[in-house]
Design a protein around this ligand. Sequence first.
Ligand code: T46
Length: 135
Amino acid sequence: MQTFTSKLVKIESLGDERGQLTVLEENKYIPFEFKRVFYIYGTISGVRRGFHAHYKTRQALICVSGSCKVHLDNIRRTEEILLESPNTILILEPNDWHEMYDFSPDCVLLVIASHMYDSADYIRDYSRFQEVYGS
Ligand code: T46
């Protein structure tokens, strides 16, 4: 992932004899202040979602259950990321086009976002993505 601004971060798990607990805090493992949390689950087998980049929204993606893959594209390179641990975060920067796929039936993909939802912040057209981030 070295040429991507997005990056994978390992989180410490606070486990004891009762089980596991993981904490996420602003400006610690999540390198931004966040305004919104949503989660994607019950994804039908074979479905691919995403297909966009953003202008400003930064996000943190965590598979808190199950697994899924994320396809990243920064115009110069593509990469496939496997998310399969509640202790790994993908810090997804706005300039990386992303698609999520291969969701396991038990996948719960938690997403923490820096901004409130705004459909105008999405770049859903690949040509527009190349115009904005190509140079
Ligand atoms: C992203 C990836 C990782 C809202 O009304 N509010 C929200 O906060 C969100 C996230 C979505 N919506 C509505 C918009 C659509 O009508 O929920 C519907 C499904 O959203 P979308 O098709 O954008 O879902 P994905 O899985 O393609 O993308 C989502 C996020 O939208 C996006 O920011 O980066 O997860």
